[in-house]
Design a protein around this ligand. Structure first.
Ligand SMILES: [Zn+2]
Length: 170
């Protein structure tokens, strides 16, 4: 048996009773009759991989989400400062109504609510990312890339949403 034939029969034997995603289109190759994806015709081969293989996008998502959470936490502390001031000086709202103090000195409740929501969403996403490390490693390359890019762009998304809320709530 030639080397390509041997490789092909090993792939077919492996996929006989194993779930594995096509690295290009994500199609489940289980039961494939040849060493290429029946859906998109990408040739596939067996390989021995270390734990770091395919983790680039996972790390990108992790870094992005961590940065987003840092931005949100700093913003949250800043906003809580206004709440603290307002509790310290209960007459502040009356002074604002009388036009003696700028409304910017009052707690920004909508922004605080948004930050709380975004922080919860980012925590859940980060927890999922950590728990699903192995599962993400087995995903199709394209899915991993989408996931990684989304995570990496999370800080920009957070800044854009905060900007919109600030503009909207005045
Ligand atoms: Zn495919």
């Amino acid at each position: 048996m030639s080397e390509p034939e041997r490789s092909s029969s090993l792939v077919v034997a492996f996929l006989d009773d194993q779930d594995a995603s096509c690295p290009t289109c994500g199609y489940n190759l289980r039961g494939a009759a040849a060493d290429r994806c029946p859906e998109c015709a990408t040739p596939v081969h067996l390989e021995v991989a270390g734990p770091a293989a395919g983790m680039f996008w996972w790390i990108a998502a992790l870094a992005g989400l961590t940065l987003a959470m840092l931005v949100l936490t700093v913003t949250m502390l800043h906003l809580l400062g206004y709440v603290h001031d307002a509790l310290d000086r209960p007459g502040r709202a009356a002074l604002v109504r009388a036009g003696m103090v700028s409304p910017n000195e009052l707690p920004r409740w909508w922004t605080l609510l948004t930050v709380t929501g975004l922080l919860s969403a980012a925590s859940l996403a980060l927890a999922w990312l950590l728990v699903s490390r192995r599962r993400i490693g087995r995903m199709a390359r394209s899915s991993r890339m989408v996931l990684g890019l989304t995570g990496a762009l999370a800080p920009l998304l957070v800044l854009a949403v905060l900007r919109l809320v600030v503009l909207w709530s005045g």
